[in-house]
Design a protein around this ligand. Structure first.
Ligand code: C2E
Ligand code: MG
Ligand code: MG
Ligand code: MG
Length: 283
């Protein structure tokens, strides 16, 4: 009887497991055709300068709408794209699309640059530098107007190769940003050895700023570390005016978050930008 009970428990556990596994396998199968079927699109979220409140950069964030699965979050499909080798094509698509769409905004002076997220595998792709150079030229965008965001975790996975690639990209004039700063396991010495221009403090430290926990101490330290290394410091996930005020008082250089704007489709972003430049409205 006991054995039977155990058996049942095992079956129940594996049923949940299988469900997850089935979704992964299913997603991977349809993800393979998502690019050619034009199921991807980019949303754009502004990063604004403090204290001027000027829109400086815009981050391109990838969205996948699958007819079978609906909207799938990048947190779910990017890891799958990495496992299936699709990431190379997806990253290239994002770089090309982000540059194509942002080129006129940059030329018109609406923004200074556009930011694109890279995945771990992109930083070990030896041809990425050439691809970036070629697309910058094709869209007539100056290299300093492209920001590539890499997570701390990404860089640390294969530090030497990542560093070499980052030096190549930086040598070209492209800007580099360490995303989700504070969530990885890098040492300060390792960070200092990387050719980066900015750090983005992870939103988990920013969300509850001002509610009397340790987050303010962490954010203050991150800003000091960044500034001591000569880097710009960005805070992501700014959702309320209290967080914004604290970040400003701590000398944070740029902020990004729902308080300023949610990620928007290209045309809505341009409309938002025009309205915002006439006089920022704060929540
Ligand atoms: P990330 O690069 O750290 O982007 C920040 C995420 O926080 C985005 O989620 C953004 O929509 C969200 N966000 C922005 N403001 C706020 C806020 O005030 N509050 C909260 N709670 N969230 C906010 P999203 O778009 O779902 O992207 C999730 C992650 O997926 C990104 O994190 C990035 O790591 C990855 N990702 C997105 N697009 C791409 C891409 O084109 N390529 C690669 N490799 N990764 C991407
Ligand atoms: Mg990012
Ligand atoms: Mg982030
Ligand atoms: Mg993230």
């Amino acid at each position: 009887y006991e054995a039977k009970q155990q058996h049942v428990r095992v079956l129940v556990y594996r049923a949940g497991d299988d469900e997850h596994h089935l979704r992964q396998v299913g997603l991977m199968g349809v993800l393979r055709h998502a690019l050619e079927l034009h199921q991807f699109r980019l949303l754009f979220q502004p990063k604004i300068d403090l204290p001027s409140r000027r829109v400086v950069h815009v981050e391109a964030l990838l969205r996948w709408n699958s007819p079978q699965y609906g909207d799938v979050s990048p947190d779910e499909f990017i890891p799958l794209a990495e496992r299936s080798g699709m990431i190379r094509a997806i990253t290239r698509h994002v770089i090309d699309e982000a540059l194509r769409q942002a080129a006129p905004w940059i030329a018109d002076g609406l923004i200074e640059g556009v930011a694109v997220n890279l995945s771990p595998m992109d930083l070990v792709d030896g041809d990425l530098t050439d691809y970036v150079a070629q697309r910058l030229q094709a869209h007539d965008v100056p290299p300093c107007s492209l920001v590539l965001e890499v997570t701390e975790h990404t860089v640390m996975r294969d530090l030497e190769v990542a560093r070499a690639n980052m030096h190549q990209l930086r040598g070209q004039g492209v800007r580099l940003s360490i995303d989700d700063f504070g969530t990885g396991h890098s040492s300060l010495a390792q960070l200092r050895s990387l050719p980066v221009d900015e750090i983005k403090i992870d939103k988990s430290f920013v969300a509850d700023l001002g509610s009397g926990n340790d987050d303010a101490v962490i954010v203050r330290s991150a800003i000091e570390i960044g500034h001591n290394m000569g880097l710009k410091v960005v805070a992501e996930g700014v959702e309320g005016p209290v967080s914004l005020a604290i970040l400003e008082s701590l000398g944070c250089d740029m902020v990004q978050g729902y308080l300023i704007s949610r990620p928007l489709p290209a045309d809505a972003f341009v409309a938002w930008c025009m309205r915002y430049q006439r006089g920022p409205v704060e929540g």
